[in-house]
Write a protein that binds this ligand. Structure first.
Ligand SMILES: [Zn+2]
Length: 78
């Protein structure tokens, strides 16, 4: 049996076009911005929708996820 992949709804993209992709973490206010061509960013797919996060938001998200993974390992004792 192949090892189950559980992070398939998460990926990294670097767009080649300047199509307006809002950063989900910074949609409003003075920090609002778009993810533009060349901006390597984190994509999280929820309900078939791509939700995009810039590098600084991605760092926080992945730090939190790492904590979740660490906790799961701890609970499993592995
Ligand atoms: Zn952002």
């Amino acid at each position: 049996m192949p090892t189950k992949a559980i992070l398939r709804h998460i990926r990294v993209e670097t767009p080649r076009t300047n199509h307006e992709r809002p950063c989900a973490a910074h949609r409003k206010g003075k920090h609002a911005h778009y993810i533009l061509a060349g901006d390597t960013h984190l994509v999280v797919v929820e309900n078939d929708k791509a939700i995009r996060y810039c590098q600084s938001a991605a760092a926080e998200i992945l730090d939190a996820a790492q904590g979740d993974l660490d906790r799961l390992r701890q609970q499993l004792g592995i």
